[in-house]
Ligand binder design. Structure first.
Ligand code: ADP
Ligand code: MG
Length: 257
């Protein structure tokens, strides 16, 4: 490994005069999980969406180690080129499963159509892989023809994860993957995510306001405040020995996040 999978440089995004995020740079190595933490409004989602190509930043570069051409600035790619990247090498898990699922398509279809998008054609094979992935996210095969509208919030989120991981993406973006769920449901999902991250050796960027999520999943952390990174480092190091006053507040749970 001589170069990172992702090299983010000087990302900035403003909403009029309001700062979304500014001057954010970091790299991500294959098999690494980067956590981005900070209270609500600190710019986490803005940053993630700029990197993932959902938002156009005002400044910065996002280099990704593409299979064919090596390091390439994804922000300079053509629309079709970026679409292919989003469908093959990249995956995005939304906080709200409804934003990442097709609610009128069956559970099996939600997983299967991702395989078809990357070229799978054989029906039996697609169905078998869909069943395998439903099992991996603890959804019974008997629910394969049900629509996600019939699922609980936790199940919908697990289905969204299956839909996103079935194609074996090289980089996964997650925005508050356990947000908006009951605490017991969160714990189960977190457990599942941890197993998947380990088994698959996933490279991921995970945005969360929940330090328990990064404690379990992230190798490294960036702490954001008012759109800027105020502290970064190895997860254990940052959480056990925070240097910045804001991180100290965050860790001591004084801040309402
Ligand atoms: P986080 O994900 O950490 O809660 P966001 O990235 O959503 O933070 O927001 C960062 C800042 O940008 C906040 O001040 C927020 O109010 C502002 N912001 C986010 N989205 C928009 C938008 N579409 N229009 C205007 N301001 C926005
Ligand atoms: Mg957010």
């Amino acid at each position: 490994m001589t170069q990172p999978l992702l090299d983010v440089r000087g990302i900035a995004k403003f909403y009029g005069a309001r700062i979304g995020c500014a001057d954010v740079s970091f790299d991500l190595w294959p098999g690494e999980v980067m956590g981005i933490v900070g209270e609500s409004g600190s710019g986490k989602s803005t940053l993630l969406n700029c990197i993932a190509g959902h938002l156009e930043p005002d400044a910065g570069e996002v280099f990704f180690d593409t299979r064919v051409d090596g390091m390439k600035d994804t922000l300079l790619m053509s629309e079709p080129e970026r679409r292919i990247l989003s469908r093959t090498d990249w995956a995005f898990v939304h906080q709200n499963a409804r934003d990442g699922l097709r609610m009128i398509v069956s559970a099996g279809g939600n997983v299967g159509e991702r395989l078809m998008a990357v070229g799978a054609r054989h029906y039996g094979d697609i169905r078998a892989r869909a069943i395998d992935w439903l099992g991996r996210v603890e959804i019974s095969e008997s629910r394969i023809d049900d629509r996600p509208t019939a699922f609980s919030g936790g199940m919908q989120q697990r289905l969204q994860i299956a839909r996103n991981l079935v194609t074996g993406p090289r980089l996964v973006f997650m925005d508050e993957p356990t947000g908006g769920l009951d605490v017991s449901v969160q714990a189960r999902l977190l457990d599942l995510l941890r197993s998947l991250v380990r088994e698959m050796g996933l490279s991921a960027i995970i945005v969360t306001h929940d330090l328990a999520v990064v404690r379990l999943l992230a190798d490294r952390l960036m702490v954001m405040k008012d759109g800027r990174v105020v502290e970064a480092g190895l997860t254990d190091q940052v959480l056990d020995d925070p240097q910045h006053a804001y991180t100290q507040l965050l860790v001591s749970s004084v801040l309402q996040v």
